[in-house]
Design a binder for this molecule. Sequence first.
Ligand SMILES: [Zn+2]
Length: 329
Amino acid sequence: MLSSGREFAGSGLCVWPSRRIVVAVMAASVLLPIEVSEAGWLSDVFKGSSKPSKSPAHVTSPKHATSAKRAASPKPRYVRLAALSPANLNLLKPGATACEPSKFRIVLDVGHTAESEGATSARNVAEFTFNLRLAQRIEEKLKADGFPETKLLVTEGKAKPSLVKRVAAANELHANLFLSVHHDSVPNSLLENWEFEGKKSHFSDRFGGYSVFVSRDNPDFKTSLSFAELVAKEMKAEGLQYGRQYTLPIMGRYQHPLLNKETGVYSYDQLVVLKSTRMPAVLLEAGSIINRDEEIKMDSPERRDIISSAVAAAAKEFCGPQEAFLGPP
Ligand SMILES: [Zn+2]
């Protein structure tokens, strides 16, 4: 279940190369003026700029002095990118610093805390318990699939301060990607009563399914959305259905814009953990625990395996374009 908590400002940028840019560089690889073939310029390309960087005001460093001398040369010299040695090719590899799975740090944020446990399931189990078990399984799967830097983030304390703590922890860990793991419920107004094991309990079988959220206020919304799209696509490919309820007026203040009607990606702009993290951030509502049938499935190791596989497949695909460009690892 989602809670936005109080807002606070986030800053910083996290750049990410897109497949389109990599392909564009490949297409332009026949002949290039040598000054624009330098790694410095290419790193700008991979950061999303198509223009060679302008001379900075401080041109005292040897690198900048060399660039200035080349710029003044009457004839441009050319170099074939295809002739670059493998060592030089490493300079072209955005994944060397950006998306090499062995160095890529995904922070798995366990939604809520032991003190403030989030939603309560139809059978009176805390959402935090579901979130922790699933996030641990995702952590195992990601590590086994070549992402050894994956970190599980378990936060303590009350709900609202915990939001600030988890954002600070992710920022300090220099995470490349932040994925918050939750399980869904419904607004209190939609709850119905039943008795489970002799105890008065609540349920709603009306809605179910997973949902994926991003904030358009995240400093790298575009990359957040890319990863969200991949997670949602892989969840769907596993045969799971997304929850369509967030577009309905009955959801009141929990209503959210649907960004992808095919796979189930919504925006939730004011969510602290999505907008204040300094890296791409995505929140996964893995499934409903207030829906009585779905709760049983979400409680099973099989469903945790399916969801973990979907997330791992999304992570691999996310880091995939660089591997495709430079060949197998
Ligand atoms: Zn939650």
